[in-house]
Design a protein around this ligand. Structure first.
Ligand SMILES: *Cc1c(COP(=O)(O)O)cnc(C)c1O
Length: 464
């Protein structure tokens, strides 16, 4: 029914004033909680929205308590965090959209310790004067990888940009056409190279590049040979690429460095876990790479970081470049990274680092957990069953390789609706939809989240 203009007028005039709302108990409570200035903004917004609704013929409740309630909702939504923990039941271990690697408890403790107060970030405790932040993770990285020196920056995209800018600006970098890939999230190898001011010299074809293709274009303006890991992309069939060792030999014969964007930061042999071979950082350096770059938060299992390891004179040249200052790592990153690296040295990485714990979980172990969840859900009248499936490593590493897993599959008359409701749970539950069922992979669910997961499922999957 259409509201008459007379009624609209009446409603508008009946709207309480800001002062009146501020004077109510609810108004005073809002001021105490959110401060006067923000509460005023919120009240003005609520009144403006209410006025707008009335002018459009609607009849909102305009009692002071209803308006205060709406104001409280606006304030709560503005001030509540938007970045919150979620339950990753997708089975994708390094899920870039879900924040990549969960940290080890040692990394969390180390971050908390340096973040809560002051730290010797750039202070030499022996000399009692200025020190360098680059020392903190460097020794561990050198020991682990066999590199002469290391530098940690904000992320691997920054590491690649910095490496090329510092070592190759204004000169030529040779790269195979098969490696001009987009990694995702807008990281395209050729674009980053262009930003660095290095000139790209593409050789070979998408599927086949030979050593002689590289050799043919080496000239006096060549600064380096670059290899970029294919990452999330796989070239299969009639393919060839020279090995790192062959490229290193060629580069060194011409006095050029071989630079390698390895990406994933694998320090352990992935084949020991039933995965395809991923080149480790150690093996890449041993093969003769002069600088290798990789992420801290992929297979390494640490905080977001970009790590450069390699020959000391090249790392020194990279450290000296002004861009290094712009992409430097902060104290939380350095503390978390160092704490993540330590268990690799002591042979405890698989037990300590969540990413590796997840990778190394056996199908039998996962099946036991899945059966437990399924029983609990069935007891609560949720049609759940355990089915075979696959988990993936994700994070742009190991495309096409999967780990066998067991999934808890839930049937529901409206599975999209169920998935949407689970995303609104506290904490949000992210699963996958497969064959009209909602499937949950226990591999990527942290043990401390299991209760929240089951409670969330019980409250949302039951109430159809
Ligand atoms: C992931 C990846 C990057 C980007 O690393 P970020 O740490 O996300 O910046 C660059 N190169 C390769 C080969 C990668 O796999």
């Amino acid at each position: 029914m259409q509201t008459s203009s007379h009624e609209i007028h009446k409603l508008l005039r009946a709207l309480p004033s800001i002062d009146r709302l501020l004077g109510t108990d609810e108004g005073r409570a809002l001021v105490a909680e959110y401060g006067r200035s923000l509460t005023l903004t919120a009240l003005r917004t609520t009144l403006a929205e209410t006025r707008h609704a009335i002018q459009n013929g609607r009849t909102p409740t305009i009692t002071p308590s209803a308006l205060a309630h709406a104001t409280r909702q606006w304030l709560a939504s503005l001030t509540s965090p938007t970045l919150i923990p979620v339950i990753n039941a997708t089975g994708v271990i390094i899920h870039t959209n879900l924040g990549r690697a969960p940290l080890s408890s040692a990394a969390l403790t180390a971050i908390q310790a340096v973040a809560a107060g002051y730290a010797n970030l750039e202070y030499d405790l022996e000399a009692g004067g200025r020190g360098s932040r680059t020392t903190h993770a460097a020794r561990l990285l050198a020991e682990l990888t066999g590199a002469e020196d290391a530098l940690v920056v904000n992320n691997n995209a920054a590491a690649v940009l910095l490496m090329l800018t510092a070592l190759c600006q204004g000169r030529e970098v040779i790269i195979s056409r098969g490696q001009l890939v987009e990694i995702g999230g807008g990281f395209r190898v050729p674009d980053v190279m262009a930003q660095s001011g290095a000139r790209l010299v593409e050789v070979g074809t998408t599927n086949r590049t030979h050593l002689r293709d590289y050799e043919a274009v080496i000239g006096e303006n060549t600064a380096a040979i670059l290899v970029a890991h294919h990452s999330n992309y796989k070239i299969v069939g009639f393919t060839t690429e020279p090995s790192l060792a062959e490229l290193a030999e060629l580069a060194h014969a011409h006095n050029l460095p071989l630079l390698y964007d390895q990406g994933s930061g694998a320090l352990l042999d992935t084949t020991a876990f039933g995965l395809e071979a991923e080149p480790t950082i150690q093996a890449s350096l041993q093969a003769g790479c002069d600088v290798v770059t990789f992420s801290g938060d992929k297979l390494l299992g640490g905080p977001q970081a970009g790590i450069l390891v390699g020959r000391s004179e090249l790392i020194a040249q990279i450290k000296r470049h002004p861009l290094a200052r712009a992409v430097r790592a902060d104290k939380m990153c350095l503390a978390g990274l160092a704490a993540t690296l330590r268990p690799y040295l002591t042979g405890q990485a698989v037990q300590e680092i969540p990413v590796w714990r997840m990778i190394s979980q056996t199908e039998t172990e996962i099946a036991a957990v899945a059966e437990q969840w399924s029983r609990k859900l069935t007891q609560n009248n949720i049609p759940a069953e355990v089915i075979a499936g696959v988990s993936t490593v994700g994070g742009g590493s190991l495309p096409g390789t999967t780990l066998p897993t067991r999934l808890v599959a839930i049937s529901h008359p409206n599975v999209d609706d169920l998935a949407a409701r689970l995303r609104q749970n506290t904490p949000p539950i992210i699963g996958r939809i497969q064959n009209e069922q909602l499937v949950l992979d226990p591999r990527t669910v942290l043990p401390e989240q299991v209760n929240a997961l089951l409670n969330g499922l019980i409250s949302h999957a039951c109430s159809k």
